[in-house]
Design a binder for this molecule. Structure first.
Ligand code: GLY
Length: 360
């Protein structure tokens, strides 16, 4: 993940886009306090950079599209400022003189996901959490339904490894990313369709140190995310290729071609790494968070392009569910696992595979 906390830049048209926006805005608001809590718990920074995001257009067609995007954001009451090319280049002098138009989303920031993960891990270990790495969860175990008033209930998970082992648990949180569907044992009516969406991302480094860009720069098919130390993330392809993880010349070419056209200084950066990952996508690309049809099983999956942004909100909602406290109703309703139940039941009755709805 690049670590963009960008609900305004990422907002999409349509009803699912609105739901995701609400979740994203709430979670973005939570990030500064979440970062300080992590800092306190782990004694390590997570690279929160509050420098805003520029969305840029290279030609007339892209500029027209950006105007449409600005009108859309204004209609939702979101903060985005229209910048002439000269104004954008005053803020980010590395932008190409050929730039046509820019929008600034001043409240869309970023963090460094590798630092976030290291801090979370350290905070968990200090709190007494046992982490088992490189251990496959083979199945979710449950008692079958005994009656309509006593539905199926989770009893634990079976894990693989040297010898299979049952970890008994009254509560299980399913946070298996794109691999959710490979875990066995979920009754048909308790499943949620999650598919892998491949992304290729380049990690670049400026030997001259930081300063080429301060803000995140987003363009038609990608983004450049600066880190404080002169590193940059250039991402990302969006490819529907199942569990295929090959880095490709075509993917890298597209990323570099577009980025170089907008920020010519990119060609001087060193390539440190090419990463290939899988985003977990639900049919509407909104996550599934909260209780599903299997009692004791809480979902935290399907975060698609927004896993890092939605981390603090997901944690809060999941903790509310586990602790039995009053969860934030409308937010939980926006990402309820139950919304796919009708489509699943239909596809089961037709003996068809789980529904895979095209991306909007
Ligand atoms: N959040 C950006 C991406 O998934 O590429």
């Amino acid at each position: 993940a690049a670590g963009m906390l960008a609900p305004v830049a990422e907002v999409e048209f349509g009803e699912a886009g609105r739901r995701l926006l609400e979740l994203g805005l709430r979670s973005a608001e939570m990030w500064p306090a979440f970062a300080s809590d992590l800092h306190r718990a782990a004694g390590a920074e997570v690279g929160l950079m509050r420098t805003g995001t520029l969305m840029v257009a290279r030609d007339e067609d892209e500029a027209r599209e950006l105007e449409r995007q600005l009108t859309f954001r204004e209609s939702l009451g979101l903060r985005a400022e229209r910048l002439r090319p000269s104004e954008a280049r005053e803020r980010e002098p590395a932008l190409a003189p050929t730039l046509r138009l820019a929008l600034e989303a001043p409240e869309d920031h970023s963090v460094d996901p590798r630092l976030v993960l290291a801090a979370l891990r350290s905070a968990c270990v200090s709190a007494g959490v046992e982490i088992r790495e490189h251990t496959r969860v083979v199945s979710i175990e449950s008692h079958g339904a005994r009656s309509s008033t006593s539905p199926a209930r989770v009893t634990g998970v079976r894990i693989g490894g040297d010898g299979p082992e049952l970890v008994a648990a009254g509560q299980v949180v399913l946070a298996a990313g794109p691999w959710v569907e490979q875990i066995e044992g979920l009754p048909a009516q308790a499943r949620v369709p999650v598919r892998p969406v491949k992304g290729q991302i380049l990690r670049l480094r400026d030997p001259a140190g930081p300063g080429l860009l301060r803000r995140v720069v987003r363009f038609r098919a990608g983004y450049l995310v600066p880190r404080a130390d002169g590193r940059y993330l250039l991402g990302a392809t969006v490819e529907e290729r199942g569990f295929e993880l090959r880095p490709t010349a075509g993917g890298v070419h597209e990323l570099l071609r577009d980025a170089h056209e907008l920020v010519p200084g990119v060609s001087e950066l060193e390539i440190e790494e090419l990463c290939v990952g899988l985003r977990p996508g639900t049919p509407d690309n909104v996550p599934v968070i909260g209780p599903g049809a299997l009692e004791g099983l809480t979902w935290a999956a399907g975060h698609h392009r927004n896993g890092i942004l939605l981390a603090p909100l997901t944690a809060e909602l999941v903790v509310d569910v586990l602790a039995g406290s009053e969860p934030a109703g409308p937010l939980l309703a926006a990402c309820s696992p139950a919304r796919f139940a009708a489509a699943l039941a239909r596809s089961e009755s037709e003996h068809a595979p789980a529904p895979r709805v095209a991306l909007s």
